[in-house]
Design a protein. Structure first.
Length: 132
């Protein structure tokens, strides 16, 4: 149930949206803690009734996976995004396992596919000869 937002909640929602863009665009790759803060603000907004929790968690997971798959971003940033996916998947598991097991399995499959793609890309980069 969505309650009328306080000024603080509105500011946090705007902050969450800005962090979403910063993460997706890799604007602060030297600040991996930004991802942890983004996830925490999303959870807080859901607890405050400003976001539907399952939708917020799905959006956060999609952000992390899309960012991890983006070859235009620095490898470090992509790998940090991927490292945070288990946290979101764990929360989604508790929210969806009884009512939406097929949708949950689709999310888990997307995470595993992204992990496999990152592993192959990492291996390919490591195996390629150094430039003279």
């Amino acid at each position: 149930m969505k309650h009328p937002a306080s000024a603080h909640q509105l500011k946090q929602r705007a902050r969450w949206e800005r962090m979403h863009v910063a993460i997706r665009c890799g604007l602060q790759p030297a600040q991996p803690a930004l991802i942890r803060v983004y996830l925490g603000v999303g959870r807080w907004l859901a607890q405050q009734g400003q976001l539907e929790e399952r939708s917020a968690q799905q959006r956060m997971l999609a952000l992390l996976l899309d960012t991890a798959r983006d070859d235009a971003l620095p490898w470090f940033w992509r790998s940090v995004c991927l490292e945070y996916t288990p946290t979101v998947v764990a929360r989604l598991t508790s929210l969806m396992k009884h009512h939406q097991p097929a949708a949950l399995q689709d999310l888990v499959d997307r995470v595993q596919l992204t992990q496999a793609q990152m592993a192959v890309a990492s291996f390919s980069t490591a195996a390629s000869p150094a430039d003279p």
